[in-house]
Design a protein around this ligand. Structure first.
Ligand SMILES: Nc1nc2c(ncn2[C@@H]2O[C@H](COP(=O)(O)OP(=O)(O)OP(=O)(O)O)[C@@H](O)[C@H]2O)c(=O)[nH]1
Ligand SMILES: [Mg+2]
Length: 450
């Protein structure tokens, strides 16, 4: 579950996808100019990487078209420049492509049916999932409904003993539906039942008919497709066939630890609109993780960089609002308070002001207030009434005394806050007209096309 844990992440494939994406992003960052040619090359790099990981061609072109269009149309948010924004858009498009971030909702008393072709990892996954859910405080019980493979019962029996999870099965019985019904009545509806089903060499009609029969009679709360990520593009037809037979609610992708072709399986999930709930990243029962599409894509692109970048995209939205309010001339102590609480420091505002054509007009001491001082201001403002914050002009001698006592700060500090407010207000007035605001927004990147 822990994507920060490099042992499983590095083992976890997609090495090809990961290095391809990271190289492409790196060359974008290193490019001297961001012109049309650079953008085209960047998109080509993304396409090539995704195609080589077996992502469906149609999806690849849709994705790169989306990145290109958004890249041209959208103004970079916050303090991002255009190339950073392109990376951000790529991240968002990839997250959208591979999943919703939805988690499996299941509880004791319900039934999960695992389906998939032979060797996809159903039996191993039944045990992995049981172990995982048991750790979450649930009470999984297993039913071996694979009557196709002779050793199926023994395999699951061994695994269930290892994780101390009850198992129901009848190695000699050939009717899987009968076994499931017996199993369910044996467990008396207690706990969460996980049903391991049969697989066949490939997609065949008998398998689909059997699975459909089980699905229709048993009515599991969740049917999960166990999909082998090493099979590349073939995952598409498998997913579609199972979707038809038993309305797949979600997918567990297995063998991600050894696959450079995982894009095929991811495309298959996108095609049938089924969320990936878990991934298998090795043969051991602990090699199993909840799938988190945002974190997954972050790892692919390079987590450290991306995180900071996304944070700076957030910074923006606040700045735009704050700037508008400040420039409107209605700057109250409440605004100052909001700034302090939201930004903790004035760093991003001063960065914004630095870029103004009239930036040099700003008195240094106004912006250079230390964070510690701002915290004190905040404490003082907590002792002021709403009226006082809206109209600090009414705060005179006796009110100052009251506020100082109430906040546990000195009278000098209260005066200092009032002075700071006055200076800020005066400064805002000097460039409080709309035209200049627009000019400034443009300077810092709002409204600038590619
Ligand atoms: N490397 C790796 N191997 C896995 C993973 N999941 C399953 N396997 C291996 O894949 C093989 C097949 O797994 P099973 O669980 O028996 O597959 P199955 O779908 O039950 O197969 P049938 O019952 O024959 O249909 C086994 O050798 C497992 O150890 C995984 O996430 N990573
Ligand atoms: Mg099996």
């Amino acid at each position: 579950m822990n994507y920060g844990d490099t042992s499983s992440v590095d083992k976890m494939v997609f090495e090809k996808l990961k290095s391809g994406l990271q190289d492409t992003v790196l060359s974008l960052r290193k490019a001297v100019v961001l012109d049309k040619k650079t953008v085209k090359e960047y998109l080509k790099g993304i396409q090539k990487t995704l195609l080589s990981a077996d992502v469906d061609v149609k999806l690849v072109f849709e994705l790169s078209k989306k990145i290109e269009e958004r890249g041209f149309l959208e103004k970079p948010p916050g303090v991002l420049d255009r190339r950073e924004n392109l990376i951000r858009i790529t991240y968002e498009a990839l997250v959208e492509l591979i999943g919703t971030g939805e988690r499996l909702q299941i509880k004791d008393g319900e039934k999960i049916l695992l389906v998939g072709t032979q060797g996809s990892g159903k039996t191993t996954t039944a045990a992995k999932l049981s172990k995982y859910l048991k750790k979450k405080g649930m009470h999984p019980k297993l039913i071996c409904a694979d009557t196709f493979r002779p050793a199926a019962y023994d395999q699951l029996s061994q695994l269930s003993e290892e994780i101390h999870v009850p198992l129901y099965g009848r190695p000699q019985e050939k009717d899987s539906l009968k076994i499931i019904k017996e199993g369910l009545s044996n467990f008396k509806g207690e706990g969460l039942t996980i049903i391991d089903s049969e697989g066949r060499h490939s997609l065949d009609e008998d398998l689909m008919r059997d699975i459909n029969k089980i699905y229709a009679k048993i009515k599991p709360e969740k049917t999960l497709l166990v999909l082998d990520s090493t099979i590349g593009q073939r995952a598409g037809e498998q997913a579609a066939a199972f979707k038809k037979a038993c309305n797949v609610d979600g997918v567990i992708l297995t063998k991600l630890d050894g696959s450079a072709k995982g894009g095929g399986a991811l495309s298959a999930c996108a095609a049938i609109k089924a969320p990936v709930y878990f991934i298998g990243v090795g043969e051991r029962l602990d090699d199993f993780e909840e799938f988190d599409s945002e974190r997954f894509v972050s790892r692919l692109i390079g987590f450290g960089d991306l995180q900071g970048l996304l944070e700076r995209a957030q910074e923006v939205e606040f700045d735009e609002d704050a700037a508008k309010r400040l420039m409107s001339g209605k700057f109250t102590l409440e605004d100052l308070y909001q700034q302090i609480t939201q930004m903790q420091n004035m760093g991003s505002l001063s960065k914004l002001l630095d870029m103004l054509p009239f930036g040099s007009k700003i008195p240094k001491d106004v912006m250079d207030v230390q964070e510690e001082k701002l915290q004190i201001f905040r404490i003082i403002m907590d002792s002021m009434t709403y009226e006082e914050k809206q109209d600090p002009g009414i705060v005179k001698r006796s009110r100052i005394d009251r506020i100082a006592v109430g906040s546990g700060r000195s009278v000098e500090e209260v005066r200092e806050l009032l002075n700071h407010y006055k200076k800020m207000k005066k400064m805002m007035k000097t460039f409080g007209d709309e035209r200049k605001l627009k000019q400034m927004m443009k300077r810092v990147g709002f409204g600038a096309g590619m």
